[in-house]
Design a protein around this ligand. Structure first.
Ligand code: AMP
Ligand code: GLY
Length: 426
């Protein structure tokens, strides 16, 4: 089967690595990919916002399955584009429709969806320029801290947690009056702050049935001990020790089942991954957010743990036959540590040669590339997050030691990574 995977990060390298192991895959194209995905298939230079170019490539190469990594093309309607063209509509497309992707693309859409379907989430109200004054009054009487969320996609920066009312009012004005997040912040969700511990829950759904994939915890802060600015993610662990059977049972009953049923009741077609950011508040799960894709770096631990043929799973998704499939998961712990560029998440330089990628690593470790590119037969850095090292072991401690051993052999100018991923589970 000719397969096209869209995206270029560590998530996509992990997906490409897994797709490449499938008996169905031949060949695998990745657009635009990175130096790591080039080891799993053929990188092709396509702009993910250029739907016509993607469609034409699929026609030319007789692509039979498209798998979408990042949210942006989904939120912009790539799924609907494929459905609308007779020459593309038969292609197996893994990713939700434009409407369904609003679960990630609009916080207000997601909140009203949850309210309508009784899915536990923080209490909220939404405001626009028309209701600005009411918003200010609402903020003045709101308990602290106050969570403000720009409605639309804001590259992971649209959530601000305000510790006092002055800060909240200033931020609210910046978003609505000064367009701090552009159109994404024209509507603002004001939300109650939930105190608890977070985990990432992943579901693969065909719109009627779903499979619960392994859960993961990611580490967003740049510094050890969860300090310093937020990043795209510095590491991840799966399974998550506090995600016990009874907790995950509550997640399925109170969150996942009502989500899938809610999509059906609302007549929303969803075939793809749902990533639910869950927070455990005194042992009770609440939804922080929905994403219409897999997480990065969570994918780099959950996909290696998945033992099923992933293309077989995707075919079942498109045929709405997921009820006939049983998920098989490696019971060992997987952790990943992300190595980044100097000064990330601030502005950083690219183009440094990466040494040590040729070592023959232990079979329990995999190096996934995030921001890398091949130049003059050398692999060089090409992003803030450069690569991540996933390792398997029976314990979190052993797994992190293995990844650190591999990272000790890898070097580039400005390499930095957290040595404490999984620290609270040691
Ligand atoms: P989001 O972009 O919705 O994932 O939000 C980014 C981060 O903000 C989340 O991962 C949480 O750590 C935090 N956050 C969002 N909403 C809340 C909330 N209602 N209470 C506490 N923390 C939150
Ligand atoms: N790791 C969080 C995300 O992918 O959004």
């Amino acid at each position: 089967m000719n397969i096209l995977l869209l995206g270029s990060g560590g998530r996509e390298h992990a997906l490409a690595w897994k797709l490449n192991q499938s008996v169905w895959t031949n060949p695998l194209y990745i657009a635009p990919g990175n130096a790591g995905t080039a080891q799993c298939g053929i990188n092709v230079n396509l702009d993910l916002n250029d739907f016509d170019a993607i469609g034409k490539f699929c026609e030319d190469k007789k692509v039979e399955m498209v798998v979408v990594g990042p949210e942006e093309p989904l939120v912009k309607g790539l799924g609907d584009y494929f459905k609308s063209k007779p020459s593309l509509s038969k292609i197996f497309f893994i990713g939700p429709s434009k409407e369904a992707a609003q679960l990630e693309g609009s916080k207000a859409f997601a909140k009203s969806f949850m309210q309508r379907h009784n899915i536990p989430t923080a209490a909220y109200k939404e405001f626009t320029i028309e209701t600005y004054k009411e918003g200010v009054a609402y903020l003045q009487q709101h308990a602290l801290p106050i969570v403000l969320k720009a409605d639309g996609l804001a590259a992971g920066k649209g959530v601000v947690i305000c510790q006092n009312h002055v800060e909240a009012m200033a931020e609210f004005e910046l978003m609505i009056q000064q367009s701090k997040f552009g159109d994404a912040g024209k509507k603002v969700v004001v939300e109650e702050f939930l105190e608890g511990i977070e985990l990432s829950v992943f579901v693969l759904t065909d719109g009627k049935n779903y499979l619960l994939l392994p859960e993961a915890k990611d580490y967003k802060r740049i510094g050890e001990g969860d300090t310093g600015p937020n990043t795209g993610g510095m590491g991840a662990v799966s399974p998550v020790p506090f995600a016990t059977h009874s907790f995950m049972y509550a997640v399925e009953e109170e969150i996942i089942k009502p989500t899938i049923e809610g999509l059906q009741k609302d007549n929303i077609d969803y075939r793809g991954f749902i990533f639910i950011g869950v927070i455990s508040v005194n042992g009770k799960p609440f939804v922080i957010e929905y994403n219409c894709r897999l997480g990065d770096p969570e994918t780099e631990v959950i996909i290696p743990r998945l033992e099923n043929d992933i293309v077989g799973l995707f075919i079942s998704v498109c045929n709405q036959e997921l009820d006939t499939v049983k998920i098989k998961v490696d019971p060992r712990t997987a952790i990943t540590i992300v190595a980044v560029s100097r000064a990330y998440p601030g502005s950083y330089e690219k183009g440094y040669v990466i040494d040590g990628l040729d070592y023959k690593f232990d079979n329990d470790s995999i190096v996934f590339h995030s921001g890398t590119i091949e130049k003059d037969k050398q692999i060089v850095t090409n992003g803030g997050r450069v690569l991540c090292v996933t390792s398997f072991a029976d314990t979190v401690y052993e797994a992190t030691e293995k990844s650190k051993d591999v990272l000790d052999l890898i070097d580039y100018d400005g390499i930095y990574y957290r040595r404490d991923i999984g620290y609270e589970f040691l």
